[in-house]
Each structure stands twice: as C-alpha cells, then as structure tokens.
Design a protein around this ligand. Structure first.
Ligand code: PMP
Length: 360
C-alpha cells in the first residue's frame, strides 16, 4: 500500500493512524462483535463513542458548559438555512460579511428567510483582502453577524475575530476549525462541515451558546431545530454514527499531537514555508494580501496557464494529488489541513522547484 499526499480541499486527507484504527476496528469494535456502523445509536457502546467525541472536542476547542455541541447532518451548506431559521427570532435582518464564494452562498440562502445587510465586502478587490472593521456597516439591531473566517476557495482568511458587541457572532469555520487555538466565548455560534479537519463529509459540528437556543421560527423543520438537537443529544433521529465515530478518532489523534496549540504552530510553519517558496520564485504567484493569506488553502498560479495540465500530470505521477484549483478560480490550490504532514508540503515544494526549473 502506498499513501499519496492528497491536497484536496474536502473531502480532505485524514490522519493515517485514524484510518488504520478504523480498519482494525471495522469488523469488531472493542470485542462487541459489531462494527460501529452496525450498532444501535441508543446502545451503551455508541452512546459512549458519541459522549467521548463530544468531551474530546470540548477539551480541544475549549468549549464551556455555556455552549451546546451538536452533531448534525447535511453539511455546512444546510446550516446556511438553519442559522437564519433559528436565530432571526423576532428580528427581521442579519448582518453578513462577504469575503468570497462561501460567504455569498450563506448570504443567498439567508436572504430567503429575512433581510441580509451586507455589512462589508471585499468583492471590489477581487476578494484578495478583508476590509478593516472600522469601515463595516454593522447594525446594533441585527439578529446576528455572520462571517467566514477562512474562504476555502479563495484562500482568504481573517487574522482577527470581529468585534460584534452584543450581537451574536456566527462563524462558518468549515475549513479552519481546530487548526489553531480558538476563543469560543467570542462567538454565539460556530459551525463546521467535517470533511476538512474533522472527519467524513455530511457531518456538521455546531457549537451554540445556550441562550441562543429556543428561538427557532415555527416553520423550522424539526431536523433543523437547534433546540431539538440539544434536548436529544443530537439523537432526535438516527445520527451519522460512523462519521461521528471517525470524528472522535480524529479528536483523539489531535490530542495526541498536542492539541490545537501544537497544531497551530505546525500549520503556521507549513503555510509560511509554501508562501515563502511561492514569493521567492518568479514562476509561481499567489494574489492574496499577505496579512490575510489562508494557512489551510493555498491557491497559486503558474507563469503560463498553458502549463497547468503538465503540472498536474507531473504532480499525479509523484503522488501529489488534487492540486487543481477550484473551477471558479483556475490555477492550482494546495489544501494543507491538520492531517497533511509537513513532509507533504516539502514534497510539493521539491516538485514545484523542479517543474519551474524545467519549464520556467
Ligand atoms: N463553507 C465553507 C467555508 C466550505 O469550505 C464548504 C465546503 N467546501 C462549505 C461551507 C460547504 O460545505 P458542505 O459541502 O459540507 O455543505
């Protein structure tokens, strides 16, 4: 067996020890004679798996008892509707910051349920930077302020947590969750699709301040109601048990790496190595203002687009997979989440060096 370095933006590479453990436990989990996939979600075994995963996530991310942790389904995209349905309450409008494709999708969906005030946007500069908070047009009577800390496609990332005053701050952390320390108390709600730093796709983790529960509109589908999920330990229906289990294995792996503080150091180092290389090589370029460059998703272009296919073919031959940029941006993108080892970044830089020498 040979494992490639997979730079996919999501579903993304998972830690190899996690996959190995899942393989070992596949047919018989801890002597029960069952796979986790076959267990009753209400049985003692699975309840233990679920509780342990939640406990480990709380410990890793520093989530206090003031917050509920929910394991929901439908990916991060379903949250684009779930959030306004639950949080608009008796208010009519919410503030959104537009920093790229994922913010736009969140805005489009929320607009179906209420008025969206786009409080700030970096569209005018092609989503290459983030406007200073002093220039934002936020409103004190907004139901919440939504932003996307890391734009997975553009590779644009906030280097600050916005100050939303008494308005609850809502963050789509799909592609940055658990990549570094986080001050949960600054947020009303954090959500993250699992398929980058947490586990398999489909699962979405929601961390919500408990005072924001119970505000859902009457028309809110039961399966989208945060209060229902909180009251039922995310088991109102059959949860995505296997994904939840795998997320739990990833949390254990993260703890063994030294948690989010150690991860943050490693991620900073990996990203600055790759950006440093790109900046020092005329053949490659990244358009994002250096202060707001993502640690997780690094888009780059070659000096000549006509070489893109040759670059990708050569990369595949070396076991460097999924480097093609998003169809809306073009060029390349290397996603280097927690589970991408530093050796993977080194291998990519070696290949980029050789390719530029040969073709540049
Ligand atoms: N938000 C962000 C920032 C994302 O990167 C993604 C997925 N790439 C989504 C939302 C959508 O996630 P899902 O496919 O799980 O709905």
């Amino acid at each position: 067996m040979s494992r490639a370095y997979n730079f996919c933006a999501g579903p993304a590479t998972l830690p190899e020890p996690v996959l190995q453990q899942a393989r070992e436990e596949m047919l018989d989990w801890h002597g029960t004679g069952m796979s986790v996939m076959e267990m009753s979600h209400r049985g003692d075994e699975f309840v233990e798996i679920a509780d342990t995963a939640e406990k480990d996530l709380r410990e890793l991310a520093g989530v206090s008892d003031d917050y509920a942790v929910l394991f929901m389904q439908g990916g991060a995209s379903s949250q684009f509707a779930t959030i306004p349905l639950n949080l608009l309450g008796d208010k009519t409008s919410a503030d959104y910051v537009n920093t790229g494709i994922w913010s736009k999708k969140a805005i489009a969906e929320a607009s179906r349920y209420g008025h969206v005030n786009v409080a700030a946007s970096s569209e005018a500069d092609g989503f290459t930077s983030i406007p200073d908070q002093e220039s934002w047009n936020t409103r004190a009577d907004a139901a919440y302020l939504h932003y996307t800390p890391n734009e997975t496609i553009g590779g644009l990332e906030f280097d600050f947590v916005p100050d939303s005053g008494s308005v609850p701050l809502v963050a789509d952390m799909s592609s940055t969750m658990l990549s570094r320390p986080l001050e949960v108390s600054r947020f009303g709600l954090i959500y993250a699709g699992a398929q980058k730093n947490i586990g398999p796709s489909g699962l979405v983790v929601v961390i919500i301040r408990k005072d924001l529960l119970g505000r859902a509109r009457k028309i809110t589908p039961t399966m989208m109601n945060y209060q229902v999920f909180a009251d039922n330990d995310s088991m109102f229906n059959t949860p995505a048990t296997y994904s939840w289990y795998l997320a739990g294995l990833v949390f254990k792996w993260l703890k063994a790496q030294g948690g989010v503080t150690a991860m943050g150091e490693i991620n900073r180092r990996k990203a600055s190595k790759l950006y440093g290389f790109i900046d020092n090589n005329d053949f490659y370029a990244n358009p994002i203002s250096p202060r707001f460059r993502s640690w997780m998703n690094i888009p780059f272009t070659l000096a000549d687009d006509a070489l893109n296919n040759a670059f990708l073919e050569g990369a595949n031959e070396r076991g460097l997979l999924n480097l093609k940029g998003h169809r809306s941006v073009g060029g390349m993108r290397a996603s280097i989440y927690n589970a991408m080892p530093e050796a993977g970044v080194d291998a990519l830089i070696d290949y980029m060096t050789a390719f530029a020498k040969e073709r540049g």
